[in-house]
Ligand binder design. Structure first.
Ligand code: ADP
Length: 191
C-alpha cells in the first residue's frame, strides 16, 4: 500500500500520518519535517530552504524531490506514506517518473479537506504551542494561497487517475482517523 496525504496546511496531515504509520505499520516521510531539521541544523540545504520557509513559500522543487527520491529508492518495503509531497504538478510528475523507474505506483491519495476559516484558527493555535517560525498570520495566509494556487490542482490530477479519496477534515482528529482507517482497511483487502 503506497499512500499520498494531500491537504491544506493545518489539515492535520502530520497527525494522521503518524496514526496511519503506527497502526498499519508502514514507513512515512514528511518533507516538512525534513526541511525543518535541515534548517535547525543550519546545513547548506537548510540555509537555502529557510529563505522560502519563513515566508511560507514552497522551497525549490528539487530539494523535496531529491529527498523523496532518495528515500523511496532506499525502501525495502513496498508499503509507505508520503506527507507533504507532492505539493505541485511538477513534483507529482517527478514522483511518477521516480516510481515508474522502479516499477512502482501509488495506490491511493487521501485528500483531507478543511474549511479555510478553521485552518487559520488551527494554525494560530499551533503557533502558541509549537512555536513554528512559519505559523504567524501573514505566513499562514501566504501558505493557504500557495496551497490554492499550486497544490490544489493535484486534486484534479489524482482524481483523473481515479486515485483520490476525499475525507472531511473539519471533524475531530479521532473521527478523521476513523474514516481513514475504515477506508484503508477496505483497500488493504485489495493491496
Ligand atoms: P504545512 O502543511 O502546515 O504547510 P509542512 O510541515 O508540510 O507544513 O511544510 C512546511 C513548509 O516546508 C512549507 O511551507 C514549505 O516551505 C516546505 N515544504 C515542505 N514540503 C514541501 C514540498 N514538497 N515542496 C516545497 N516545499 C515544501
Amino acid at each position: 500500500m503506497r499512500i499520498i496525504l494531500l491537504g491544506p496546511p493545518g489539515a492535520g496531515k502530520g497527525t494522521q500520518a503518524g496514526y496511519i504509520s503506527k497502526n498499519f505499520n508502514i514507513k512515512k516521510i514528511s518533507t516538512g519535517n525534513l526541511v525543518r531539521s535541515h534548517i535547525k541544523e543550519n546545513t547548506e540545504l537548510g540555509k537555502i530552504a529557510n529563505e522560502y520557509y519563513i515566508k511560507g513559500d514552497l522551497v525549490p522543487d528539487k530539494i523535496p524531490t531529491n529527498m523523496v527520491k532518495e528515500w523511496i529508492l532506499n525502501q525495502t518495503d513496498s508499503k509507505w506514506l508520503l506527507d507533504g509531497f507532492p505539493r505541485n504538478i511538477n513534483q507529482a510528475e517527478s514522483l511518477n517518473n521516480i516510481l515508474s523507474s522502479v516499477n512502482s505506483n501509488i495506490n491511493t491519495v487521501l485528500f483531507i479537506n478543511v474549511d479555510t476559516k478553521l485552518l487559520i484558527e488551527r494554525l494560530l493555535n499551533r503557533q502558541s504551542i509549537e512555536n513554528r517560525s512559519d505559523d504567524n498570520l501573514e505566513t499562514i495566509k501566504n501558505r493557504i494561497s500557495i496551497y490554492e494556487k499550486e497544490t490544489s490542482p493535484l486534486i484534479g490530477f489524482y482524481n483523473d487517475k481515479k486515485l483520490l479519496y476525499k475525507i472531511n477534515g473539519n471533524k475531530p482528529i479521532k473521527s478523521v482517523y476513523q474514516e481513514i482507517e475504515n477506508y484503508l482497511k477496505k483497500k488493504c483487502r485489495i493491496y
